[in-house]
Design a protein around this ligand. Structure first.
Ligand SMILES: [Zn+2]
Ligand SMILES: [Zn+2]
Length: 137
């Protein structure tokens, strides 16, 4: 597997493109209800990068934001609907979480856990052997 930096990603329509110089090692599959809805899928997988290592190449102005009742902000492409980023409300952080499914480049990292499996869709079967947490990490 050849993975070389920077890593590149884009939304479905390609209006929004980004690059990541370095991806942080922690990477979880999240089964919470909001992630299911946001992705229209059984679960989400977000990669994490320090903000200084994450760069929008184009289309940042095409991002729309949805703020949940708990203050978490999710960004998506207003043209094609691709889920792009997640930011928890509580803490000020220098980390940006981005939807791993929008990445085009191969990476060396693998998700290491499942979180919020208490909310898992009952039609979704986890069979990868990774640790499962009913709530967060
Ligand atoms: Zn798009
Ligand atoms: Zn989630």
């Amino acid at each position: 597997m050849t993975s070389k930096t920077p890593y590149y990603g884009q939304c479905l329509c390609g209006d929004i493109q980004y690059k990541v110089d370095k991806i942080e090692p922690q990477m979880a599959h999240c089964h919470c209800i909001a992630c299911q809805k946001f992705h229209g899928a059984a679960f989400s997988t977000f990669g994490e990068a320090k903000k200084e290592n994450f760069h929008w190449i184009k289309g940042e102005n095409q991002l729309k934001s949805f703020t949940a009742e708990n203050g978490a902000v999710r960004q998506f492409c207003q043209n094609c609907g691709s889920s792009m980023t997640f930011a928890a409300s509580k803490k000020v952080t220098d980390i940006i979480e981005f939807s791993l499914g929008t990445l085009d480049s191969p990476i060396d990292l693998q998700p290491d856990i499942h979180v919020y499996t208490h909310y898992k869709a009952n039609w979704s079967i986890i069979c990868d052997g990774l640790p499962q947490y009913k709530k967060g990490r």
